[in-house]
Design a protein around this ligand. Structure first.
Ligand code: ARG
Length: 454
């Protein structure tokens, strides 16, 4: 790169500061695929002979195999993965290798590589999302009859099936899956052919390159083609939202496995001990996932910040996109896999859960609904039941066991059927609107997800 224009060698500090091969080496497979497609287009346009193309293709494939095998020696002097591969190819095959970079810049090359790389990663992230959904559906199925208190403000509110709670996450994850799919759709255009910024005077068939690499379209503006990283931001944003979902689920696991909640226990395989306190069994997986969400958010802001002040078109700042994207992809993949394992092995304490869900106070809303059925305006019904709840809180007598006379005085409409009103299953059966937690709805939704995931 420097032979023509420079007299002095690069400062080693700048070399170490600027090198990206220590992390962008992992684009090698996609870099090689892109180079082969580019070389084929060069051949078709008459810039390479058939023999030269064949030497390039074979040479690149061999280099790819060596990188996979771990026998390829990368050099930081060659800055990045693109130069490392191209230089080695030229060392091996001579002039044909030196022709590979015709009508191409590392700017459109790297923009192509990352898209190709992320296309594969998105599909494996989507598999990870499906895997976690599967674990949650499995856990929900095994515990279909278990109830827990549902919460608002982390105060017990109304009973819900545990399965309904778990399926809430399955819905969230389905949206995450959709966001990943959307990201892949918009990423599906080939920037190669944009050159450094203004395309090239040497014309290649971009559509054919796109086809070979499996892109549906080519980019329509060369300046945009080399400087756009919206697709990376979209992915980082989808992964930040996914991380938020995983973090909320993790928080539930942390709460459920406390002595205070006691709804679940972690399997030994998915819990950690304390170096000091012999009795401890800690939910570190869940805490780590909650904590690593910070990275997923951070990487999004990192790249947004890198991009915000860039003049058109390519600037070296763009090299900072890779570590952010790699870290988010790695973190999200691991978090999905480990959370799926942890949830599959989670042990539900059915008795504690059911006892907690049987707190009669959780059916206070049902009492008000009952009064509405007897033609009492809801606001008034709310008030009356509120008086009963206050009495229960004051005296410590559970709502269902308040003295008959007191019920008769405040709520004569309900006094006849009082005891029968405190059955959580009866309450749930009534909650049959679409999306509600009735056992029938939950069973249907479980069946739906099993079908989707099959
Ligand atoms: N390593 C560079 C990057 O990631 C490749 C492009 C270099 N282009 C340049 N004009 N220096 O962005």
């Amino acid at each position: 790169m420097r032979h023509g224009r420079f007299e002095e060698a690069m400062s080693t500090l700048l070399r170490d500061y600027g090198q990206s091969v220590s992390f962008d080496w992992r684009l090698y497979r996609h870099d090689i695929l892109g180079s082969i497609a580019h070389a084929r287009a060069l051949m078709k346009a008459g810039f390479l002979t058939g023999e030269e193309f064949a030497a390039i293709e074979t040479g690149l494939k061999t280099i790819g195999e060596e990188i996979t095998a771990g026998t390829f020696a990368f050099s930081v002097d060659l800055e990045d993965i693109h130069m490392n591969i191209e230089k080695e190819l030229t060392n091996r095959i001579g002039d044909a290798g030196a022709k590979l970079h015709t009508a191409r810049s590392r700017n459109d090359q790297v923009a192509t590589d990352i898209r190709l790389y992320l296309r594969d990663e998105i599909s494996s992230l989507q598999d990870g999302v499906r895997g976690l959904q599967d674990a949650l559906v499995g856990l929900a199925s095994e515990n279909e009859s278990v109830l827990i208190p549902g919460y608002t403000h982390l105060q017990r509110a109304q009973p819900v099936p545990l399965a309904h709670h778990l399926l809430a996450y399955v819905e969230m994850l389905h949206r995450d899956h959709g966001r990943l799919a959307d990201t892949a759709l918009r990423m599906d255009e080939l920037p190669l052919g944009s050159g450094a910024l203004a395309a090239s005077t040497l014309l290649l068939d971009r559509e054919a390159i796109a086809k070979e690499l499996g892109f549906s379209r080519v980019t329509q503006n060369s300046l945009d083609g080399v400087s756009d990283r919206d697709f990376a931001l979209e992915l980082l944003s989808a992964l930040a939202i996914l991380g938020m979902h995983l973090s909320r689920l993790s928080e539930d696991v942390v709460l459920w496995t406390t002595a205070e909640f006691g709804f679940a226990r972690l399997s030994d395989r998915h819990s950690t001990g304390s170096s000091l306190m012999p009795q401890k069994k800690n939910p570190d997986i869940a805490e780590l996932t909650r904590g690593k969400t910070g990275r997923l958010y951070g990487n999004l802001f990192r790249l947004l910040t890198v991009l915000k002040g860039l003049p058109m078109a390519y600037n070296r700042d763009l090299q900072e996109d890779k570590e952010a994207v790699f870290d988010s992809v790695d973190t999200a993949k691991m978090a999905l896999a480990v959370t799926a394992e942890m949830m599959s092995a989670l042990i539900i304490n059915k008795e504690t859960a059911t006892t907690s869900a049987s707190d009669p106070a959780l059916l206070a809303t049902d009492l008000a609904d009952e009064l509405v059925r007897k033609n009492i305006p809801f606001r008034k019904a709310h008030d009356l039941v509120g008086k009963l709840a206050a009495e229960s809180a004051k005296t410590g007598i559970p709502l269902d066991r308040l003295p008959k006379e007191f019920i008769q005085e405040i709520c004569p409409e309900l006094s006849g059927e009082w005891e029968g009103l405190f059955d959580p299953i009866r309450s749930l059966k009534a909650r049959a609107a679409t999306g509600g937690p009735s056992p029938e709805n939950v069973a249907k939704r479980l069946a739906h997800w099993k079908k989707v995931l099959a």
